[in-house]
Design a protein around this ligand. Structure first.
Ligand code: GTP
Ligand code: GTP
Ligand code: MG
Ligand code: MG
Lengths: 291, 285
């Protein structure tokens, strides 16, 4: 069990009296192993351990009578710092509607997130309109319409139009109907699919969303950095949503994505029901990754 | 790494990075690197084989007896000789179960087999509508109940229909569920019991669908699903992306569960039989 593993590593560090540089290097090799097992990206784990090592080799730590405690503190502080100091907040338009856009790889949880975000925003006294801009996946529009019925939140969809037109037309609809927030549900796509990535940037260009989200599966492994970086290159998104964190995945992807793109993790998906959207807490995520 | 001929520490570091970033997992990678170091010491500096080939050999020996089990016999899968041949498809949320069922049904149809599909996901919005479209595309019969119905009841009806209509194959879709949710895993056990009561050998195949982008959690998923409902094989999807899915090597090594198919896209033809040698080669491409 990974929780016990890092606890064991950290106890060993804490339990030692004076530490030599070799002790520190050995312990940090163990920490790197724990991070990799938690799905933290290879390069990110390497950099992280290197920076902890540099801080740990400072005279203050080596001369301390409880150097182990200091190193553990450095590890937790460094990890929490990397995860983002605090949750970034949503941008709202001066003149409604405010536009939100959910993007990401196939099956990451975008459509479910759109429902969750709509419910959350209605709870904040907004009037949301969800937009079915996935015209590819079988019954994707049915899925969003069903969610709209379950939540009693309107869904905009159009036959025979492309996603750019659908998103554009939805804004006009929102203005007519008094919906002050519009949320685009887009089709899952590969970051290496040029045509599909181009479609996303065309939606962005035409509709100028105030908040673009990269919705990532919390169980993603080493590939997290590639997709997150490519989506950011195409869209310069505003924030990341990490889904399916109600499982036992360690969530190293959170650290990888934040470290490499610098974009804040704004929400965490903690279930299949629509009231399971949570704010991201960097310190809680750090504890989870470290087990 | 390609073209290098000596196993110095710099090369080993480069190899470590390639292996870890393909999601093979630290323990397995460490084991591999140790074998490489031993090999370099034994053979010395005149190792002339390509590093790539050495890696392949060592990977295959680490997986030794599992390599045989992993040789997926595609021909016999699609010509099972038992009627109805019952396949249950399980896995966590969003991995590609429903889409994979469409692809499998299509393959059976191409072999001249008749197929019936059961909409065992009665929970998620749009689930049966989505599966219905795949049934139509593949020319398969389709059994569904209303949303929120008991999945066991759907499977009961579908199995009876499969027998009554003399269908060759029944494929059962189930709702995505995290392996940590005890009540949902119990539900899966119950669905399986419904089948076994009607046909003792059913389900003949229980396939776990894993997403190639998922990291080490795939091992936990495989363990839990195997323990609770039994698994005969894995389908590894989304290999048309950049993720390598290396975690299946650890699953093969530690749990002995073979990958039978891989998903290479969102279209009905985007399914291929798993080949271990091709897979290992792709890790280094
Ligand atoms: N347990 C859990 N399941 C989730 C969460 N978010 C989404 N899901 C489930 O994950 C699966 C995929 O969710 P979708 O919303 O359809 O994913 P998507 O990104 O829209 O998929 P595509 O449109 O095909 O790319 C569904 O079974 C959802 O119920 C979460 O936070 N926790
Ligand atoms: N690129 C790619 N996408 C895939 C592949 N297999 C499935 N998908 C996509 O992944 C997304 C999820 O597929 P589903 O079949 O709905 O997955 P599921 O496991 O049934 O999802 P739930 O029932 O919600 O748990 C869809 O957008 C599919 O088109 C694949 O091999 N490659
Ligand atoms: Mg969707
Ligand atoms: Mg499904």
């Amino acid at each position: 069990d990974l929780t016990r593993k890092l606890d064991h590593v950290l106890k060993k560090i804490k339990g030692q009296g004076k530490l030599s540089e070799k002790n520190i290097a050995d312990s940090l090799r163990e920490v790197r192993k724990v991070l990799l097992e938690a799905d933290v990206n290879y390069k990110v784990a390497k950099e992280f351990v290197k920076s902890v090592q540099e801080k740990s080799l400072g005279q203050a730590v080596l001369k301390s009578i409880t150097p182990g405690q200091q190193i553990v503190k450095i590890i937790y502080d460094e990890l929490t710092r990397l995860m983002g100091q605090s949750t970034a907040s949503l941008r709202f338009a001066n003149i409604p509607p405010t536009i939100f856009m959910a993007t990401g790889l196939q099956g990451s949880g975008k459509t479910t997130f759109v429902g969750k975000l709509a419910l959350y925003l209605r709870g904040q006294k907004h009037s949301p309109l969800m937009v079915a801009a996935d015209i590819y996946r079988p019954a994707a529009i049915d899925q969003l319409k069903t969610i709209g019925k379950q939540l009693n939140i309107p869904v905009f969809s159009e036959d025979g139009k492309n996603p750019i037109q659908i998103c554009w037309d939805s804004i006009q609809q929102a203005r007519q109907n008094g919906n002050d927030v519009v949320i685009f549900d887009t089709a899952g796509r590969l970051h290496i699919d040029e045509n599909m990535m181009k479609e996303l940037s065309e939606i962005k260009e035409k509709t100028k969303p105030h908040n673009i989200f990269f919705v990532a599966d919390g169980m993603t492994g080493q590939d997290a950095v590639k997709a997150a970086t490519e989506f950011n290159n195409w869209l310069a998104y505003d924030g990341v949503v990490l889904t399916k964190m109600d499982g036992d995945a360690r969530g190293g992807a959170a650290l990888s994505i934040k470290a490499v793109t610098g974009k804040p993790i704004m929400f965490v998906g903690m279930g299949e029901k629509f009231n399971t959207l949570e704010q991201f807490h960097p310190d809680r995520m750090a504890s989870r990754i470290l087990g | 790494v390609t073209g290098k001929k000596t196993l110095d520490e710099e090369t080993l570091d480069a190899i470590e990075e390639i292996l870890i970033t393909s999601d093979i997992g630290v323990e397995t990678v460490m084991e591999l690197l140790e074998r490489l170091r031993k090999r370099a010491r034994i053979k010395g500096e005149d190792e002339t084989a390509e590093i790539q080939d050495i890696m392949r050999q060592e990977l295959k020996s680490v997986l030794s007896d599992q390599v045989e089990r992993s040789a997926s016999d595609e021909k016999s899968f699609f010509n099972p000789g038992v009627t109805p041949f019952v396949i249950m498809v399980v896995g966590v949320n969003g991995t590609g179960k429903t889409t994979t069922i469409g692809k499998l049904a299509h393959r059976f149809r191409k072999e001249g087999k008749s197929v019936i599909i059961a909409a065992g996901d009665t929970f998620r919005a749009g689930a049966s509508e989505q599966l219905n479209i795949w049934a139509e595309r593949s020319g398969s019969d389709f059994v569904r109940h209303q949303a929120g119905a008991d999945p066991g009841a759907v499977v009961f009806d579908a199995l009876n229909a499969a027998v009554a209509r003399r269908k060759d194959v029944l494929i059962v879709d189930t709702a995505g569920r995290l392996h940590t949710k005890v009540n949902l895993m119990e539900e899966l056990k119950k669905i399986r019991r419904v089948m076994t009561k009607l046909i003792p050998e059913a389900p003949h195949e229980t396939l776990l669908v894993l997403d190639a982008t998922t990291g080490q959690n795939s091992i936990r998923q495989a363990e839990q699903f195997r323990d609770i409902v039994g698994l005969t094989g894995i389908v590894l999807t989304k290999l048309d992306g950049t993720a390598k899915g290396g975690v299946v090597l650890t699953i093969l090594k530690e749990l002995g569960i073979p990958v039978k198919f891989i998903g290479l896209g969102e279209g009905i033809e985007d399914l291929a039989a798993f080949d271990l040698n091709t897979f290992i080669d792709a890790l280094f491409s």
